[in-house]
Write a protein that binds this ligand. Structure first.
Ligand code: HEM
Length: 493
């Protein structure tokens, strides 16, 4: 039943009943009381009562956009195929649709976008082999290196469970007992902790992944996004100034840039290392608190991403989008990075709760290639993955009645070997918690160092004296001048 053009504009209920009066509920007389058999009212209010889904437990505040990734077909000067068989990278000019969600980390859904925090940079590639999610941040490293610490780390930064206020004293309590955070907090308390907007910031996969070629050989790989728009950060004073009148400036900036055809672009670059422990390095290549030095492991361009379309609906596309670091396609693999493996469980687990068990049926999350599964039912089942020509009565495998069958294996399977070892709970050997933090401190310009010291002192003021002392000790191990200036700052605070 096609509606004519006039009818198409008419309000209806979700049952398709015309709504002829959207201003008044049904009542006994025009002064009430209201009657219960008013389906239109009940449906409208009941749906409103359920408008929210739980916000993300972290990265609740975000903005998203659609776009396209174009491959160079090469990794630096070599064919991409030398390192990876992932189809999206093989041919120069090959385009893959993407959806990107940028975010802050700690604060809630409508918090100011000027707050000091890393920024999330999550990219969903709709490849011909299914979805690849590259779920990273703007900075190249992270606070901790073992996934089991993540809930504690996040609790220390979220509001106090009694006062419901964030308390830097709690954060520095955790930091002072977790020296691996020193490198990351040196970045976050510098101007790099407040990117000017989402367009003018870098991105990084942060964790170490692998690439696998046709021969089944693997290398370790790190991903980086470099903004064509350049990088811009804010001082605390600049951020305060923006926040006084606008708490949505980054969402606004992204939306307006795309709406006016000023499409933001990022080049994707990778760093490659042979798949070994590399005892010659003073850090472990699987430690996400470390940067792989660019002079030893050059950044090699592999493609470019352009964001060129705003979401048609924020909730359907941005809020319900679901990214996961475990979502890889053939030619891309996990490394043994302990954070990465822990993250792999967490994302899809939370999404089954946050969005629902059938979250992968939503258009924003579902792959654009063929999907055939025997997964059935559950809340909000929207469709059944039965490809044309297969028997819809068969929702199991194996079967001789024309059900789904296993796909043929077309590539050499990647089967990493492990030497026999004991299972244990222990930190990695090469922790080197202070080296790169000190290097970073020394490589900042003087105005950046001053910002860093002021921002850290400002936060540390809330900590108890013995935690302040512990932090000064840790900063001193990074660099004597770093520790001295924090100690002086605290004395004068
Ligand atoms: C073990 C450590 C970590 C755990 C357990 C963890 C867990 C989570 C969870 C539960 C979410 C919410 C997902 C959702 O509701 O859809 C999330 C979002 C996110 N995380 Fe992590 N995370 C960890 C570390 C990291 C690291 C190291 C990075 C950066 C590389 C990162 C980047 C992100 C981003 C960008 C999002 C937002 C994705 C989006 O836009 O929807 N996380 N994380």
């Amino acid at each position: 039943m096609e509606a004519n053009q006039d009818q198409q504009r008419h309000l209806t209920t979700r049952q398709g009943h015309p709504v002829t009066n959207n201003q008044n509920m049904r009542t006994l007389g025009n002064r009430g009381p209201a009657v219960m058999e008013n389906y239109q009212f009940l449906e409208k209010i009941a749906h409103f009562d359920r408008e929210r889904v739980p916000e993300r437990v972290v990265h609740a505040r975000g903005a998203g956009a659609h776009g396209v990734f174009e491959a160079y077909g090469t990794v630096g000067n070599e064919p991409a195929a030398s390192y990876t068989r992932a189809k999206l990278f093989q041919k120069k000019g090959k385009e893959t649709p993407v959806f990107v969600r940028f975010s802050t980390v700690i604060h809630g859904g409508h918090s100011p976008e000027t707050l000091r925090d890393p920024r999330g940079f999550a990219v969903k590639f709709y490849t011909e082999d299914g979805i690849w999610d590259l779920v990273g941040n703007n900075l190249k490293i992270f606070f901790i290196r073992d996934a089991i610490k993540f809930p504690d780390f996040i609790h220390s930064l979220k509001p106090d469970p009694i006062t419901n206020r964030q308390d830097a004293g709690r954060a520095f309590d955790f930091f002072s007992n977790s020296p691996e955070v020193l490198h990351m907090i040196t970045w976050v308390f510098s101007p790099w902790g407040i990117p000017a907007n989402y367009r003018q910031m870098q991105g990084s996969g942060v964790n170490t992944y692998k690439w696998v070629n046709k021969a089944g050989q693997a290398v370790l790989v790190k991903y980086h996004w470099e903004p064509v728009q350049g990088i811009k950060n804010l001082t605390q004073a600049e951020a305060n100034h923006i926040q006084a009148t606008n708490i949505n400036h980054a969402t606004q900036d992204l939306y307006e840039a795309i709406a006016t055809g000023n499409y933001p672009q990022w080049e994707l670059l990778v760093q490659i290392m042979s798949d070994e422990e590399h005892p010659e390095l003073d850090f472990d290549p699987l430690d996400d608190t470390k940067i792989w030095p660019a002079d030893k492991f050059p950044w090699l361009p592999v493609g470019k991403m352009t964001l060129n379309r705003n979401p048609a609906n924020y909730f359907a596309e941005v809020e319900q989008s679901a990214f996961g670091p475990g979502v890889l396609v053939d030619g891309l693999e996990f490394s043994d990075d302990k954070m990465l493996i822990g993250r792999t469980f967490s994302y899809s687990d939370t999404q089954r709760y946050r969005v629902g068990p059938n979250y992968l049926q939503l258009p924003i999350n579902s792959p654009k290639n063929h999907v055939g599964t025997n997964q059935r039912d559950g809340a909000m089942t929207y469709k059944v993955d039965v490809p044309a020509g297969t028997n819809p009565h068969v929702n199991y495998e194996p079967s001789s009645l024309n059900g789904l069958v296993e796909a043929p294996e077309t590539e050499v399977p990647y089967e990493p070997e492990y030497a026999a070892a004991r299972i244990m709970r222990r930190s990695i050997d090469r922790t080197n918690d202070f080296g790169q933090a000190g290097e970073r401190y020394r490589s900042f310009e003087e105005w950046e160092r001053t910002e860093l010291i002021n921002n850290l002192v400002d936060g540390l003021k809330a900590a108890t004296p013995f935690i302040q002392e512990k932090m000064v000790e840790l900063f001193t191990q990074c660099d004597a001048d770093y520790g001295k200036r924090i100690a002086e700052g605290l004395k004068n605070a």
